[in-house]
Design a protein around this ligand. Structure first.
Ligand code: ZN
Ligand code: ZN
Length: 347
């Protein structure tokens, strides 16, 4: 149990494009509908660029801000009105940082797209800190068998690939291609295989071929050496292509490999607009579907599936003080498939 009047170490950003600053901040107290989490691990994600680099203008970030939305930790204080969670419970918090319950989208049960949604580590302080507070509706219980370093990436990258695939049109035995082998892609390959899909990994070069097979891919396509659309067509055509690398050229290169009725499932936003041959989509009744993460109940289902079927992100861990290194390596793809930060009290 911490001293609630004490201070904690955190990594904050004071302006868009600014450096991370390791600071002492007051340990936050939970509001009536919140809990306080003692953070044990926090994944580093492309979404953090919204704060660090200010490259997502749709979010009006207020600085200074503590980023981090792939949080795993233990509840150490509970707000006055919280009845369903208690201290000592292990929880994860992802991108979805809260919803209003009363807008029409919420009333329709679609909490992820709430008109007044909060985003962890972007509209509120996140997990690059020893402690954070989170609204009760954003918490997902972490199963006993999953350690914090594994749980962190699963609550965002894992949730995204799991949720997108299980809500896709793919049925067991269908051909599912995962384009890009990064944080989302390498969990996507594992989920795809374990959901019973014939799984194809598509990436540039041969560097990740062995890894893709290790993650469960039945096939590997090197998109530098071959035309991935032709290769996918030779395999019978992909019923679903999960596009995880935010690169429009790479996505355009695979769309020709969709089978009739096939679905291009896009979970990362490229910086350049996508150009596709619409005739292929009209004539084959193909579709393009966007997908964002999910809410806390989906996160809990992701963690339970991962525990049951041994889905595990590959991570490198960094102490909080090395957040700059962790972030740079994540952005340049120069770390293992996920970088995870551990605050001082968990080293
Ligand atoms: Zn993320
Ligand atoms: Zn709402």
């Amino acid at each position: 149990m911490s001293n609630i009047n004490g201070t904690m170490k955190a990594a904050q950003v004071s302006s868009a494009g600014g450096a991370f600053e390791i600071v002492e901040r007051k340990i936050p107290d939970p509001g009536p509908d919140q809990v306080r989490i003692k953070v044990e691990a926090c994944g580093v994600c492309h979404g953090d660029a919204a704060v660090k680099d200010g490259d997502m203008p749709e979010f009006d970030v207020e600085y200074p801000r503590i980023p981090g939305h792939e949080v795993a930790g233990t509840i150490d204080a509970v707000g006055a009105d919280v009845t369903e969670w208690s201290t000592g419970q292990r929880v994860g918090v992802g991108w979805h940082g809260g919803h209003c319950f009363v807008c029409d989208t919420c009333r329709d049960g679609n909490f992820t797209n709430c008109e007044h949604k909060e985003i962890t580590g972007i509209t509120s302080d996140g997990g690059y800190a020893e402690y954070m507070v989170a609204s009760h509706e954003t918490l997902a219980a972490i199963p006993d068998g999953i350690n914090p370093v594994t749980a962190g990436p699963l609550v965002c990258a894992g949730l995204t690939s799991y949720n997108a695939l299980r809500r896709s049109i793919a049925q067991p035995g269908d051909l599912v291609a995962v384009q890009g082998i990064g944080g989302v892609g390498h969990t996507g390959i594992q989920f795809s295989r374990k959901m019973g899909f014939e799984t194809v990994a598509v990436s540039r070069g041969t560097e990740k071929k062995a890894l893709a097979h290790e993650m469960g891919a039945h096939h590997y396509i090197d998109s530098n050496a071959t035309d991935p659309a032709v290769e996918l067509s030779d395999l019978g055509g992909a019923d679903v292509i999960l596009a995880t690398a935010p690169n429009s050229d790479a996505i355009e290169a695979v769309t020709g490999g969709l089978s009739p009725h096939g679905q291009l499932l896009v979970v990362a936003v490229p910086h350049h607009q996508l150009e596709v041959e619409l005739a292929e989509f009209v004539n084959g009744r193909r579709s393009i579907q966007g997908w964002n993460c999910g809410h806390a109940y989906h996160t809990e289902e992701t963690l339970e599936f991962s525990s049951m079927f041994a889905v595990e992100p590959m991570v490198d861990t960094y102490p909080l003080e090395e957040v700059d290194t962790a972030y740079e390596r994540m952005m340049s793809g120069n770390t293992r498939l996920k970088a995870v930060i551990k605050p001082p009290h968990n080293l």
